[in-house]
Design a protein around this ligand. Sequence first.
Ligand code: GLV
Ligand code: MN
Ligand code: MN
Length: 423
Amino acid sequence: MGADFATVTPSYSDLRIDPDRLIRRINELGEIGKIEGTIGCARLALTDDDKAGRDLVMTWMQDLDLDISIDGVGNVIATMPHTADVAPVMTGSHIDTVATGGRYDGNLGVLAGLEVIETVITSGVTLERPLAVGWFTDEEGARFAPDMLGSLVYVGGMPIEDALEIEDADGVNVGDELTRIGYRGPVPCPGPAPHAFVELHIEQGPVLEDEDVTIGVVEGVQGISWTELTLQGQSCHAGTTPLRMRHDPGVVASRVCCFIRDLALEMGPSQVATVGVMNFEPNLINVVPDVVTMTIDLRNTDESLLQDAEERVRSYIDEIATSEGVEVESRTLARFEPVSFDPRVIDMVEAAAHKQHLSSRRLPSGAGHDAQMLARVCPTAMVFVPSVNGISHNVTEFTEAVDIEAGANVLLQTLLSLTETEF
Ligand code: GLV
Ligand code: MN
Ligand code: MN
């Protein structure tokens, strides 16, 4: 008896994404906010360039006739139409970038999610649950702290009223910027919990490339502690004021910068510590500074070690500022505990890699991700693909097309398996 091909439902395990279409979209989005002379881009959250990027991705979502929702903090979720009223299996990430960003960080996860959905729709495969792809506002936290702001609000980790009032360095707030760019949507926050969530992301570090492994099976995300310090001293003449009479916040800031590096070295490889911002006022060669503002980024996969690092940094700052006669004001910008992903979803990512004969290894994430917020409300995991030279948050950030294709296919197969899995 001959098969009637018109009525045969294709098997989903044979489905593969279209790598050319995915890479074309990554590059097209990467042209918005492009940093001239580089392949990097700057689309800080809720700027005109972020709006232009959002508008472009929105047209691709509309072309697929997805149900699109925009919530009050500007998160955009696009869901496949489905006959049953059941929670979708969700994927996604962010499309904002840091000011010196690449075109893959976050953008890959959103566009690969869209590619997976397009692949499924055009295949005619029917699913027990719909797929959804989202992007979350201000993942980077480079303009409005904390990072992962949109996904934090989505899962109910911060009231939306508080999020809308967060200001950038120029005193402009999230709510006004969302309204200005037309992305303060009507859908309430927190949003509905998906059935499960999986995010594809570039590794942003050197491990996969170094070990010649294609797929990172992410087991969790390390804890993050962000602090802003304002150090108030006494400005004076650099030539005439004896050292013993100075209250120099620049000296305190520099000592803190060196202290946290030494502390991390002493604590071992799980601890990292970074001063990414240090601003001197008035910032003149012959003037002892009046005020220094600086940031401290501490991360560890172990919460008690992270707390230990925080405590030791605090007491060092007290000691050094007191001895220099400098006042310290400290503000927590972000504080997230380490997150462990769901072992069942981790296994499914690994199985999808094995089935496609792709090399894989388990690893923790050093960077923060929207998936760590979604993990609060549903079974969650992540897929990593290698970053060339381990570089990210930099205009030279790059991931090979072959790795993008592999990662997107692992995402596809994991999401499809999840549509058939009850937790
Ligand atoms: C977000 O990208 C972070 O890890 O800083
Ligand atoms: Mn990212
Ligand atoms: Mn990033």
